[in-house]
Design a protein around this ligand. Structure first.
Ligand SMILES: [Zn+2]
Length: 510
């Protein structure tokens, strides 16, 4: 208990206040990122809920964490609460920077030397949909110039300050050790797995990359940049198989067939239309878990919309079906590898031939080529995220100077993916708080969940009316109480690893 102004702050009152605070913050981000507000006013929300992100609140959660024995439920709960507190403490101090970044992103305009002016937020879609390599490179150069001058300095300052704020709390020796302690994830273990994965798949990657770059883009792999990769993975050649008008109805039908209400009885709202100012990266906003969840997507066209919609729907269903009586910390915090694992369980349906036949317009003779392309894309993104995690461990680790990071970024990402990366993105193409680790563990978890669902409900588990209720009860209902490796043991009796992913990629590319 900590005394403050005669009022005592307890874990229960912190949960209650935290709930109200998180709702307001999430709503503000949702409105800004979906283009319904040009700016996000975060600072007034931090001020209004000052007690929830106060030093007392932090002290209380540190005390609960240190005072509970490892392996107990109290310790699990205290770890999730402390993790949330640490992030909120830096969130409060960095709110002015975050507001600046959000305002910049919704108003920035890329000026191309030939006179074209393109909104920064639409740039990724613009590049991905551009069939002309020279023009893509012109657009990319203009984008990188703007990002390097304006966005990169804001982001670099954010990482530096976040690292300082976290390290000042003195919970462990440095940012990375603090992350390991609060997340229950071994960064060094995952980094070694990633390095091994990159080595294990290098020969396969070298073999397939020239073929795809030549066939889809008519370029040499050595000339391709990250802008070309955007166009390559946009995979326009399969567009007719993934009509925009059919996407929502088809996927909702499938979710219904497996025995889940796709809108969770009105708790999920779909926001999938075009809107000025909407971010190009789709997201799910769990504003009140489980009662009020938004799925926001800005259409790009074709297969990538379908994959993205499936991914975000996995999140939305997870949050909307979390048991309402779960403590606050397990409905919104804990190991995000869990929610990303469910999102990937859904987005990997795009690799399932039976699913494709039933729910898309892809013709039977296109299926083999599509599956091969999906295997190539899977291998690319696994290699990209492995390299990103290794780089981000350096970024936060403090052993590489900030000035040297852009070169390290370009070298790491280019060598893993073959596509030439840009120095301007060294602080922009970074997922804060090691979110890449959550993605990588989610990938591994997804493979085990799929295996389990096939064993229990057959190869077409995705249309088995008994599968959905099991997913809701055994997975979604639990919120994020478990860590991903604990869930893998409980549900599949297995250890998380890249092995099933390598097998799947080899099968698809074979
Ligand atoms: Zn996600």
């Amino acid at each position: 208990m900590t005394k403050r102004g005669g009022q005592s702050l307890s874990l229960d009152s912190l949960r209650e206040g935290g709930e109200a605070f998180i709702q307001e913050i999430s709503r503000e981000y949702y409105l800004a990122h979906s283009g319904q507000k040009a700016t996000a006013e975060l600072q007034p929300i931090y001020a209004k809920h000052a007690e929830v992100v106060s030093e007392d609140a932090l002290a209380l959660t540190i005390e609960a964490f240190r005072g509970s024995a490892e392996g107990t439920e109290e310790h699990r709960s205290a770890r999730a609460l402390l993790d949330w507190q640490v992030e909120s403490q830096s969130g409060r101090e960095l709110a002015p920077l975050d507001e600046r970044e959000i305002a910049w992103e919704s108003s920035a305009v890329v000026r191309v030397p030939d006179g074209r002016e393109i909104k920064f937020e639409a740039m990724a879609i613009e590049i991905a949909n551009n069939p002309d390599a020279n023009d893509r490179h012109v657009l990319e150069a203009a984008r990188a110039k703007l990002v390097g001058a304006e966005l990169a300095p804001i982001r670099r300052e954010r990482f530096q300050r976040e690292k300082d704020i976290t390290e000042k709390l003195d919970l462990a020796a440095g940012y990375n050790a603090t992350f390991e302690q609060l997340s229950g994830i071994s960064l060094s273990g995952l980094r070694d797995e990633c390095a091994q994965f990159l080595r294990d798949t290098q020969a396969l990657w070298d073999e397939v990359v020239p073929e795809f770059v030549k066939r889809v883009l008519d370029m040499k792999a050595s000339e391709a940049t990250r802008a070309d990769a955007l166009a390559l993975f946009r995979a326009r050649e399969f567009d007719s198989g993934f009509p925009a008008a059919q996407m929502e109805a088809s996927i909702r039908k499938q979710v219904k067939e497996m025995g889940i209400d796709p809108l969770a009885h009105g708790r999920i709202t779909l926001d999938t239309g075009e809107r000025e100012g909407k971010r190009s990266r789709a997201f799910c906003a769990p504003v009140r878990v489980p009662e009020e969840v938004y799925l926001v997507l800005r259409p790009h066209g074709g297969q990538s919309d379908w994959t993205t919609f499936l991914h975000e729907l996995g999140h939305a269903l997870h949050f909307a079906y979390a048991r309402p009586d779960l403590p606050f910390e397990y409905r919104g915090f804990g190991d995000n590898s869990i929610t990303e694992g469910y999102a990937m369980l859904f987005d990997h349906l795009i690799e399932d031939q039976g699913w494709l036949k039933r729910y898309t317009e892809l013709s039977a003779n296109t299926l083999p080529a599509f599956t091969r392309a999906a295997g190539f894309s899977e291998l690319h993104f696994l290699r990209r995220y492995s390299a990103k995690l290794i780089y981000e461990i350096e970024l936060y680790g403090g052993t590489t100077r900030w000035e040297s990071l852009p070169d390290l970024y370009v070298e790491s990402l280019t060598s893993a993916t073959t596509f030439r990366y840009n120095r301007a993105d060294a602080f922009v193409d970074v997922d804060p708080h090691f979110y890449a680790a959550r993605y990588l563990r989610a990938w591994q978890l997804q493979a085990l969940l799929t295996e389990t669902l096939v064993e229990r409900y057959d190869v077409d588990w995705w249309r088995n009316p008994r599968a959905g209720p099991w997913i809701v009860a055994a997975l979604f209902g639990e919120g994020q109480r478990e860590l991903a490796h604990e869930q893998a043991q409980r549900v599949a009796g297995k250890t998380l690893s890249f092995a099933p992913l390598v097998r799947a990629v080899e099968r698809m590319l074979g």
